[in-house]
Design a protein. Structure first.
Length: 454
């Protein structure tokens, strides 16, 4: 195994990787045209396609998916008879939230305190760069020993299912012996980790209407039903007093039997303020990996600045429900919808709209590909053994791929360790993790190719 040359090659490529990640982060590729122009996503897709062409990928294509976004595909043929590995990442990103809260501009990769800051640096533009680094290192050290397919999704963060639908309509396109999803992360910096489970997700928008129009709060307040107050009461029904998720009919008592997450570590990683309690019951691992969790991610309401003394005639909110393995996301959607419809106070009129949905995923970590990855991570992270953990986030494509290719092994790795603060302000990536995981992926591809020869 050529561990030293691979590690040296990746190290020499890191300045180029930083320059490329800087270019890629600069695209404001939020796959929601209500927030950013579609041209930003299109430009990012073009950049990814050009990067694949520069690495001699064939059949590079911009795939128009049913949700109106584009995924980028390319194929790099390997030696005759070699297995095929699919490498996944996504180039779309979460919106930056309050840009004024970022220490440095969200779409300008900025080095600070040994990390590279920028929206998408870890989730998941950095994942695409990781794939490029691994492949370049192999090409410089004897060649890529497998055939490689790359798919870079354009709407993963929106959960609108474009790539899943496209893959189902073109099942031959992404067929592979093994699939590496580069969109999760180590349990913490320096601890090599594969993700064994992902929670699924359902996303709903709920609207309440109580009046024909807004009213003067002094003239009518106290008797006229305020839609915003009704919404607050409805959303409060989704949690128990201790903060546990309480959706009627949804089971919420499963336990996690793997790697544990101490409350102290979690408080530090989540930056919970002193004196503020954690919510829910059971272990932290139970709560974030094995049980459903509801989050109100947005409310349409008047801002404080400029607010008038008015009763609101209507109110709207967006609700996310994370669904653990073992629970069906479609059934959870039905239960959440029924809960919202039945708990609206004062006879308020309710309408519920499904925004996105994806199933949970559980990997088989006893498969041969995991043995190859464990060997690779042992070299890339000297003195450390590969760990497996859950992840509270969702990657709906995983279940689609597992259904389309039941014989394929699926591994989940990536750059989104706790310090990365993905989906929050000041997202960042550790360049050391980018380097080590690129080495690990390159060595994995070597190991996996050798295992298939045996």
């Amino acid at each position: 195994m050529t561990a030293r040359p691979i590690s040296e090659t990746v190290a020499s490529l890191m300045p180029r990787a930083k320059a490329e990640l800087t270019e890629l982060v600069a695209f404001r590729s939020v796959a929601d045209p209500a927030q950013f122009p579609k041209s930003e996503c299109d430009a990012a897709a073009d950049w990814v396609a050009d990067a694949l062409r520069a690495e001699d990928f064939q059949d590079v294509a911009l795939l128009d998916t049913p949700d109106g976004t584009r995924s980028v595909y390319g194929f790099l043929p390997g030696p005759a008879g070699a297995p095929t590995v699919l490498l996944y990442a996504h180039y779309d990103v979460q919106p930056p939230l309050d840009e004024s809260a970022w220490i440095s501009p969200p779409f300008e990769l900025t080095e600070r305190d040994g990390r590279w800051f920028g929206r998408g640096a870890a989730d998941c533009k950095g994942g695409f760069i990781m794939h490029l680094l691994a492949l370049r290192a192999l090409k410089a050290n004897g060649g890529v020993p497998v055939s490689v397919k790359v798919i870079a999704e354009g709407s993963e963060e929106q959960g609108t299912g474009g790539l899943e639908q496209y893959a189902e309509a073109h099942p031959e396109l992404l067929a592979a012996d093994t699939i590496v999803i580069g969109d999760t992360g180590n349990f913490r910096v320096g601890l090599p980790t594969v993700t064994s489970t992902l929670r699924g997700m359902t996303m709903l928008r709920v609207r309440l209407d109580t009046l024909e129009g807004n009213l003067h709060s002094g003239q009518f307040g106290g008797a006229a039903p305020d839609a915003l107050a009704a919404m607050i009461q409805l959303l409060a029904s989704l949690r128990a007093e201790d903060g546990s998720t309480t959706v009627d009919g949804l089971t919420s008592d499963a336990e996690w039997d793997g790697l544990q997450y101490s409350e102290g570590e979690f408080r530090q990683d989540a930056k919970v303020l002193d004196g503020v309690e954690l919510i829910g019951t059971g272990s932290v691992a139970d709560r974030i990996w094995a049980r459903p969790a509801v989050t109100v991610i947005g409310i349409d309401c008047p801002p404080v600045v400029g607010a008038t003394p008015s009763l609101q005639a209507s109110a709207r909110a967006q609700v996310s429900l994370r669904v653990p393995p073992g629970q069906d996301a479609a059934e959870a959607t039905k239960l959440l919808t029924a809960h919202l419809e039945s708990h609206a106070p004062w006879g308020a009129r309710v309408s519920v709209e499904l925004v996105g949905q994806g199933q949970a995923f559980r990997a088989d970590i006893t498969s041969p590909a995991y043995t190859s990855m464990a060997e690779a991570m042992r070299v890339a992270y000297p003195g450390e053994e590969m760990q497996s953990s859950g992840m509270g986030g969702s990657i709906p494509l995983c279940n689609t791929l597992a259904g389309l290719y039941p014989e394929a092994e699926i591994l989940l790795i990536g750059l989104s360790e706790p310090e990365a603060q993905i989906h929050a302000v000041n997202e960042s990536v550790s360049p050391q993790e980018l380097e080590r995981l690129s080495v690990a992926e390159a060595l994995f591809l070597q190991n996996y190719a050798e295992s298939k020869k045996a």
